[in-house]
Design a protein around this ligand. Structure first.
Ligand SMILES: [Zn+2]
Length: 209
């Protein structure tokens, strides 16, 4: 499995480029910005992009999705419950003093338990509302990898004070979905350094009973 992580845009969202070395099919997760760099990585590994997956509709994660779609033809996948946030992209841009990106349309809805196939790689969609109403994580069980979006960070969890956020829901999502995974699973958070489920179960102050 090819897994390149590049922090993109002013908020340094961790964008993941995931590829199957045999079939050369790829998935890009959270192309918030820096689409040229993402395209370079795809071409360095001779990958063909099959799907653009967005963990949630905050501008730093979804801002470049339509541009990447236009340049590659790959569909955009997102949970329907973030539609209201997608409609608020111009407002989100104004919070950050950025130019509003083009309107994002969902080509395929992500639902809990969906299996996404990229070549021989399979990701299971975990619906994890709380940071936003439509937040999801992607679990590559065979590779013991979780792409967590802004639900879980090393030593912290996603903020819940923005529209659609709920502290009770994120805590519930973390306990029922994320901490249900084995300790050995490597976590790629939406921002900052990588971590492991076991490390967060043990030491994350938000996850202690
Ligand atoms: Zn976010």
């Amino acid at each position: 499995m090819i897994h390149e992580i590049l922090p993109v845009g002013p908020l340094q969202c961790n964008c993941s480029v995931i590829g199957d070395e045999t079939t050369h099919e790829a998935m890009v997760i959270d192309p918030g910005d820096d689409i040229e760099r993402i395209l370079e990585i795809l071409s360095e590994h001779q990958l063909k992009l099959k799907q653009i997956v967005v963990t949630h509709a905050h501008i730093d994660h979804v801002g470049g999705a339509m541009r990447l779609k236009r340049l590659t033809g790959a569909p955009v996948l997102l949970n329907q419950n973030d539609s209201a946030l997608l409609a608020m992209l111009p407002t989100q841009a104004s919070w950050l003093g950025m130019r509003a990106p083009e309107a994002v349309t969902i080509d395929q809805e992500l639902k809990d338990g969906d299996k996404l196939q990229t070549g021989g790689l399979t990701a299971t969609v975990l619906y994890t509302p709380g940071h936003t109403e439509g937040s999801v994580c992607l679990y590559f069980e065979a590779q013991e990898k979780l792409i967590a979006g802004d639900t879980l960070f090393a030593g912290s969890i996603g903020r819940t004070d923005l529209p659609g956020g709920s502290y009770d829901k994120i805590i519930d999502s973390l306990h029922t979905q994320v901490l249900a995974l084995p300790d050995s699973v490597e976590v790629t958070p939406g921002h900052g350094p990588l971590t492991y489920i076991g490390v967060e179960r043990e030491s994350n102050p938000f996850l202690q009973k």
